[in-house]
Every structure is written in C-alpha cells, then in structure tokens.
Design a protein around this ligand. Structure first.
Ligand code: BT5
Length: 265
C-alpha cells in the first residue's frame, strides 16, 4: 500500500477562495460523485470536494465503471453551482479537461492530449477521465457534480485486463511515484482558475486553450451516437463546446454527446 493522501497538507497549502474549503475524505465509498450529489441536494456549498481512496461503485459515463486500486490514484468530485444555462453545462467538462491536462503537464515531460469530450491521454493512453453530472430544475441549472479520476501510481500489472492496453498512469513518465497530495492541490487550484476564467472571460477563452490540447483535430474518426455511427473528420469545437464533424458526405455536424474513436492509419 502506498501512503494515504494528506488532506490537512492539501488544505494548508491550497491557494483558493472557493474550491476545497471543505474536503470530505474517505478511505472507501461507493462513488464520490454519488456522495457529492447527496451533499449538494442537502444544500452543500459550491467548492466542497469529496475524495476517496477507493470506490466500490466508481462510475464512468453511460453506466460504465471506473476502476482504481486503493491509495494509488485520485478519485475526486467537486460541487459546482455555475451560473450557466442547462444547455451550457458541458462547458464544465471542457473547462475541467483543460485544468486536468494542465495539471498533468506539470508532472511529465510530454504534452497530454484531450480526447473529446472527457478523456486525458498521454501517448495515446488514457490517464484520466471526467464525469460531470448536472441537476436541473425547470430551466435552471441547480448544480453540477464534477467527478475526476486520474491514474497516478497504478503499475500496468495492477490494471484489469481490457483496460491495461488502453490506460496508463502519470507515474509511467516520471522517475518516482507521483506525490498524490501535491497533484491534488495543483488540480484543485487549476480547476478554480479555469472555472473563474469560464465565468469571467467566457467559454471562447477556455476553448482556445482546450484546442491546444485537442488530440483529434484533423483526424478521421467515427462517432457513435444513439446507435448510429458516422464517419468524418474532427475539425474542432464550436462556441458551445460541441464537436464539429465534417462528415464524408460533406455535411458539417455538431456532436453534443457521443463516443469518438480515431480511425488508425
Ligand atoms: C470516464 O468515463 O472516463 C469518467 C471517469 C470518472 C471517474 C471519476 S472517479 C471520481 C468520480 N466518482 C465516480 O464515481 N466517478 C468519477 P468513460 O469515458 O465512460 O470511461 C469509462 C471506461 O474507461 C470504462 O468502460 C473502462 O473501459 C475504462 N476505464 C475504467 N477505469 C479506467 C482507468 N482507471 N483508467 C483508464 N480507463 C479506465
């Protein structure tokens, strides 16, 4: 077992106003997103952070699961109460992908890439994923639970079959195991900065930085959405954060949700 996270050290060093004032820390929980949602529904404040060393029901998107051996990685959720329209909630995922990519970049000599909308890759391997879940009431966005899972110190042999070939830990590109406490502090600070930029400077400001990490720009991809597969070229993101797909038919489509897979070769 590696060392538990040092939550007091994170809190002492954090230079933030909103995020991380309160950190709920668990050795084991079902899902940090589920707990953060309960807190938010019970009136929890913006910026409350939930961290768990292990999750019995770690969640990915679309009912998939997130697997993370205890005391090696980072599983974190944040309660956000953005002043955004419900249809703009995906901007939170894109904003946090920038913060996450920037954090990973400070630990390794390679540039991380963002795979639209929610994966952070290094050398083509997934090192982190984002699951943001919104709660709306009529036309109002009440809160967003931003969930982030990062592989920091899991050696390949500890990754389950089926994931091992496509995933990697930040540790693969560092000489020593990653200081998880320091990683968490930097991530929370970068999230606060990017979230503030989204609020004050607007999405186009974030989008520019996002594009600089965009792995699939100009690449041929398939997009799977609602049981339909479309072939085309990933051109970038538009002002709302939708993926712009130049279909082989010549049509240009905006993809709001879906699975994007690069076509090799
Ligand atoms: C994601 O979903 O990538 C979002 C993952 C979010 C996890 C965090 S942890 C804290 C918070 N609390 C939660 O309960 N969840 C969030 P998606 O794009 O659907 O990818 C899920 C797929 O990635 C799975 O079906 C696996 O194939 C693969 N996968 C699972 N664990 C992985 C890991 N540790 N590293 C890389 N890939 C993984």
């Amino acid at each position: 077992m590696t060392e538990p996270l040092r939550v007091e050290r994170i809190q002492r060093a954090l230079k933030t106003n909103r995020l991380g004032n309160k950190i709920h820390y668990f050795h084991e929980i079902d899902s940090t997103n589920a707990y953060a949602r309960e807190r938010a529904q019970a009136g929890g404040s913006e910026g409350e952070v939930v961290i768990a060393e292990s999750q019995t029901q770690g969640r990915g998107r679309l009912g998939r699961s997130w697997v993370s051996p205890p005391y090696r990685n980072l599983c974190l959720s944040v309660i956000l109460r953005p002043k955004l329209a419900p249809q703009d909630a995906p901007q939170i995922t894109l904003m946090s992908a920038v913060a996450l990519a920037e954090t990973v970049q400070t630990f390794i000599p390679l540039a991380p890439e963002i795979k639209w909308p929610n994966d952070i890759l290094v050398s083509g391997k997934k090192v982190a994923g984002i699951l943001s879940e919104s709660c709306c009431e009529s036309e109002r966005l009440l809160f967003v639970i931003l969930g982030i899972g990062v592989n920091l110190n899991t050696p390949p042999e500890m990754m389950p079959d089926g994931i091992r070939d496509r995933a990697a830990s930040v540790m693969s590109w560092t000489r020593e195991p990653v200081d998880r406490t320091e990683f968490t502090r930097r991530l929370i600070e970068n999230l606060e900065r990017c979230y503030g930029d989204l609020e004050t400077k607007g999405f186009p400001f974030i989008a520019g930085r996002w594009q600089s990490f965009f792995a699939l720009r100009g690449k041929r991809v398939t997009v799977e959405m609602l049981g339909r597969t479309t072939l085309g070229k990933a051109a970038g993101i538009d002002v709302d954060g939708a993926l712009i797909l130049e279909e082989d038919s010549g049509a240009v489509t905006r993809i709001i949700a879906g699975e994007v897979v690069p076509i090799e070769g």
